[in-house]
Design a protein around this ligand. Structure first.
Ligand code: PLP
Length: 398
């Protein structure tokens, strides 16, 4: 449990399974052989360590913004380049870890749920690599919206099962995946894609993603001889943010800002900011902040970025919010689109729309910080997947 958040709200039949998973994870975590397997895969397959990059062009631009406003500020901005990983985001860190665990547990079949399709692709990828059958649950509405990722998963050999219950989106896909797991407890392993789900998933996924922060810590010490002043990451379920933040939580001088998707605005009712616009409830086997209507029904999240379109947030974030260790802020669709353009032009990097939210926040705060301050932002995914959504929004026909 993370304070009042987290826990295990699951069907009785799943309990032995989850306890078994917890036991295996506890052993694997400290087993040098498991760690060596994961390290080899991370290095030769995913391309780790990802680089820590000083964004000089962006920093220069933000200093000009500061200067135009009569200030002498403009913090140095560094990116943790998770966009350069195989499959284009941080998601592969988690699916590599979990499939190694599944294999160790003797499981023969993998299931997953996906919204935008990014986690589905990362799961289908490792299943192809290890020759395991893979079923991905995906809302029927999302299947229509995310055709390129559905095609990718199929090419990788996965079966994509459309979910028509509810609104045919991510939360319904999660329910069906949990149902499949209950029905196939002996041979099936469920790869959850973010720091959510029943314990131990939130802690385990965080541990797999913590490689981001572990590397970033060593890299910034090497580059600048000191720790950063601020870390920034976007929040869907919260795994890339937890991965960057966790190894720095005990460093009291390192501030952390997590950026939720404000969609059309926090007051519009059309956003995905579960912490800032939601309340505590139970979803996907854990207690955390959720977007709900007045009757306590899970509300639909909205964001231009499909990967942030999740109506909840990992329970550890709810706790870090409670104890005020992490500062939770938001960026709108419009701000994310502007940030996408800004990075494309100042650095020659097309970011995914998810980290474009984090970038929008960086562009707000960096000019107000002194020049000797250091920001490390998790550039958690590349933008190739988003060009269709972006073109449509900008009124361009491809
Ligand atoms: C899935 C995804 C996210 C959101 O998930 P988190 O668990 O919050 O990290 C963010 N960025 C990218 C690029 C993604 O693919």
């Amino acid at each position: 449990m993370f304070g009042l958040f987290g826990g295990r709200f699951v069907a009785e039949t799943l309990m032995p399974l989850i306890l078994d998973l917890e036991e295996h994870w506890a052993k694997a975590k400290v087993d040098p052989q498991f760690q060596a397997e994961l390290k080899a895969l991370s290095t030769y397959y995913a391309g780790r360590p990802s680089k820590l990059y000083f964004a000089e062009g962006l920093t220069r631009h933000l200093r000009e913004v500061a200067s135009a406003g009569g200030s002498n500020g403009g913090a140095k901005v560094f990116f943790k380049r998770e966009d350069l990983n195989h499959t284009g985001s941080h998601k592969i860190n988690n699916t590599m870890g979990q499939i190694l665990l599944a294999r160790r547990m003797g499981k023969k079949r993998i299931i997953a749920e996906t919204g935008a399709g990014q986690h589905g692709v990362a799961t289908a990828t490792v299943c192809a690599l290890f020759g395991m059958p893979c079923v991905v649950y995906m809302g029927a509405t999302d299947i229509e919206r995310q055709a390129p990722n559905v095609f990718r998963m199929k090419m990788l050999g996965a079966e994509v099962r459309p979910v028509t219950s509810g609104t045919g989106t991510l939360k319904d896909a999660m329910n069906d995946a949990l149902r499949d797991w209950v029905a196939n407890v002996t041979d099936t392993y469920y790869i959850i894609g973010t720091v959510a789900g029943p314990h131990p998933y939130p802690a385990m996924v965080r541990d797999f993603q913590s490689i981001i922060g572990v590397e970033a810590r060593a890299q910034i010490l090497k580059a600048e001889g000191r720790l950063p002043d601020k870390l920034v990451a976007c929040i869907g379920g919260g795994s890339n943010a937890m991965g960057l933040f966790h190894p720095f939580l005990d460093d009291r001088d390192v501030a952390m800002d997590a950026v939720e998707a404000a969609g059309l605005g926090l007051n519009s009712g059309k956003h995905a900011a579960s912490l800032q616009g939601g309340k505590p409830g139970v979803l996907h086997g854990n207690r955390t902040f959720l977007l709900m209507d007045d009757d306590g029904q899970i509300a639909e999240a909205h964001s231009i970025s499909a990967g942030l379109d999740y109506p909840g947030i990992g329970p550890e974030h709810s706790w870090l919010h409670d104890i005020k260790r992490v500062n939770y802020v938001a960026a709108t669709d419009d701000e994310a689109v502007e940030a996408f353009k800004l990075l494309s032009r100042t650095e020659g990097i097309l970011p995914a729309l998810e980290p474009a939210h984090a970038l929008a926040h960086v562009a707000r705060i960096a000019p107000k910080m002194a020049k000797d301050k250091i920001i490390v932002m998790n550039l958690c995914g590349r933008g190739d997947k988003d060009i269709f959504a972006l073109a449509e929004r900008l009124g361009v026909k491809l």
